[in-house]
Design a protein around this ligand. Sequence first.
Ligand code: ACM
Length: 411
Amino acid sequence: VSFAHYAKRLMNEDQVTTIFGCYTSSSRKAVLPIVERLNGLLWYPTVYEGFEYSSNVIYTGAAPNQNSVVLCRYLMDTYGKRFFFVGSDYIYPRTSNRIMHELLRGNGGEVVGEIYLSLRARREHFTTVIRRILDASPDVIFSTVVGDSTIYLYQAYAEAGINPKCMPIASLTTSEAEILAMGCDVGNGHITAAPYFQSIEGTQNNAFVNAFRSRYGANEVTNMCMESAYFQVYVFARALAQVGSMETDVLREMVLGSSFDAPQGTVAIDANSGHTDLWTRIGRANRAGRSRATADPATSGSRRGCRPGRRAARALLRIPRIARDAPEPDAAFGQRAQRELGDQEGAGGVGTEEVVLLGHVPPHRRRHGGPVRLLVALGKAFEGDGGHVLVGPLRPDVEAEPGGHAEADDA
Ligand code: ACM
């Protein structure tokens, strides 16, 4: 309620038209109807659950096709098929887990336990969680615990004496900031999939980290949300300099399809979805609290000393590849997709959602196609109005993209 209230006040009383912010998906969901009604522009920096499109939002964090798919594949290859889900009780963890569940199920994995706790859960609540995890004996703990209680989960885990080499906690949200807060020894060995880690090599990131440290102190750390919030302001400022207007429709038009050399690498704002093409990496936290992006997620990481006999799952997850010369979308797309998806439902267990899970749009087709609402099939890719391509959790009949990056047209 307060997020909606403040957004309304910013826009109505303070005459603000562009807002940078919101961390949780629940805060974004609260602000969304306000920015839509008052035609503002919200820049949302956080990794999120997908299944949303708004012509009043620019999304610069990763969506599940960009991070869950890569993470699931890595975990199944490296640790095994039995996952335990623990999450905070709100939309991001619930939806993120639903997608992870689909990915697992589609590839012979299973969820051996699932627990949700309040965002305000305290340390003692996690003792019970760890007990249930030990009882279930999973290969991997997939955590969508968000906020302060993240620290308690990892601390309770460390206290129980579990070895991250054998049964790590994997997450899409545990960044350098959380690891610093929980203690670097506690975070050591756990896994996060994200487009940005402080340890990424490169001129842009060096400049970013150095500038950040000289401003906030040598012991402070950068993280994925910070980087995303950082580059979106540059993207905004450049568009503003070009159009000289804060009017949402004018500004957004300039932003869509633009790219930027961000600390993580070159990112691009997709012209049709307002989401960002970005670079997911798998990171493993070290003793210094830094996640090192693994060069080859599928082969890194030693499990020496872990119990034997659990054969890692083979690479099973596939990413649809979109042909460079894919035909222009036709107007009947909606009905056709609906028909095809309708036909598949039940038969193949394929679900549909009227939303966006970001796929890759080739540069030559990056143009603003107007607001689009697209059907996403789990496991299917479609061309839609405005030329958008979508991918969902994946089927084995399309070729895999090496390296795990969810771009699909460059091979
Ligand atoms: C989140 O709530 N999008 C982490």
